[in-house]
Design a protein around this ligand. Structure first.
Ligand SMILES: O=C(O)CCC(=O)C(=O)O
Ligand SMILES: [Fe+2]
Length: 400
């Protein structure tokens, strides 16, 4: 059974009892889902909230070392966040998504697949949103007033080692570049910080850069294939702290980036390769990485040539007031099967619009969960943007 998503198996068993003709079972199931979707939800009890994130979450609380590593570097690697069996399950889910959406989107196997709002595409992905090995790190850093603002599956094409890459859709549409021996597809290697317009709007009045923008969001990247340094996540450690960098696209100053020309290039020119302080993160299926929105990062320089296909699921968590960057339609699609905390993460706001900036208790069941284990003292640390780490735990799961 999926954590946080109620007793689906029990429901199915009850339906089976009720519907004599097995052929009618899917229709009965759909009817039940429809009824649940449109029924008012009772406020969750404390027990329900606690059961949604079971004590196994306490085994993965953010440690003080992890908190300071994240603070210093802007990212944190979590090896084997998904155990092998779960990583395989997620790979199978990804297989299904690829085989459905490549033909639908007219993308051949050498083209990059980018599925936004992916949680609404397959209910099996929902487990990742509050996964025990990653989620406590997220709220430990961000606090309880969070939800998902983006959920994205990306798959880079399989290798050119199989032969010449097929033409990409763009090349097919521009036949002059699509002749035999065409160059490999264009890389999307652009150094950036996440969330576009954030930067110009968060500048000080008068156009000054404070050099210390608030974090507001971070992403968890789940690896579902093997990646080496060249094809893994590309980061420039420490750049989340500002260091005089401006804008969401690239102009990395010489001391951080390269020998630098001083020219205000809009973004890092891929001809220049990676800045010397950039690092690639090798990952295995099931590994996860957290990274700060402000960290300069890039897709790999050229994952198309000689690399295996590269599959990742990115979940972006922000404070609840940020408008989502994709449709975030999983709440409407699957929310009726989910517990209150997962619904919070999917964007629910039972108290209405005001609650996204002035949350009422029903908007933020995660706060109740955190309060249970860390007390008011824990909440007040988070209120001051101090990470809430394992050493601050007041009550363990055994005392439930
Ligand atoms: O695919 C990658 O390595 C980076 C993707 C990215 O820029 C992001 O998820 O924000
Ligand atoms: Fe990004």
């Amino acid at each position: 059974m999926q954590e946080g998503c109620g007793s689906r198996d029990d429901e199915l068993a009850a339906l089976r009892e009720f519907v004599a003709d097995p052929a009618k079972l899917p229709a009965a199931e759909a009817l039940l889902a429809m009824i649940k979707k449109h029924s008012p939800r009772a406020a969750p009890t404390e027990d329900e909230i606690l059961a949604e994130l079971p004590p196994s979450h306490l085994d993965h609380l953010l440690t003080a070392e992890e908190a300071s590593e994240f603070e210093k570097n802007g990212f944190l690697i979590l090896p084997s966040a998904l155990p092998p069996a779960k990583a395989r399950e997620m790979q199978e889910t990804f297989d299904d998504l690829e085989s459905t959406f490549r033909p639908k989107l007219d993308l051949n196997i050498h083209e990059r697949l980018n599925l936004l709002d992916c949680l609404a595409l397959d209910e099996r992905l929902l487990e990742l949103t509050d996964w025990a090995a990653t989620f406590p790190k997220v709220w430990g850093i961000m606090g309880w007033h969070i939800s998902l603002y983006i959920a994205q599956c990306t798959a880079y094409p399989a290798t050119a080692e199989r032969g010449e890459p097929e033409m990409t859709r763009a090349q097919r549409q521009r036949p002059e570049t699509g002749s035999a021996g065409a160059p490999p597809p264009k890389s999307t290697h652009i150094w950036h910080r996440d969330s576009g317009k954030f930067f110009s709007h968060l500048r000080d009045e008068g156009g000054q850069d404070s050099g210390h923008e608030p974090r507001v969001s971070l992403k968890v990247a789940f690896a579902l294939s093997d990646m080496d340094e060249r094809t893994g996540l590309q980061f420039i450690p420490g750049t989340h702290l500002g260091q005089g960098m401006v804008g969401s696209m690239m102009h990395i100053p010489a001391e951080v980036g390269t020998a630098g020309t001083g020219a205000e290039s809009e973004w890092w020119d891929k001809e220049w390769g990676n800045p010397p302080t950039a690092i690639g993160i090798p990952m295995k299926p099931g590994d996860a990485a957290l990274f700060d929105r402000r960290l300069f990062h890039s897709e790999p320089l050229n994952p198309y040539v000689g690399s295996p296909s590269r599959r990742m699921v990115f979940l972006g968590y922000s404070h609840r007031w940020l408008r989502p960057r994709d449709e975030m339609s999983a709440l409407g699609q699957f929310g009726h099967n989910c517990g209150a905390i997962r619904r919070q993460l999917l964007g629910a706001g039972p108290s209405g619009g005001t609650g996204y900036t002035s949350p009422q208790p029903e908007d933020v069941p995660l706060r109740d969960w955190v309060r249970h284990y860390f007390g008011e003292e824990g909440l007040s640390l988070l209120a001051r943007n101090v990470p809430l780490t394992a050493d601050k735990l007041k009550r363990d799961g055994a005392k439930l």
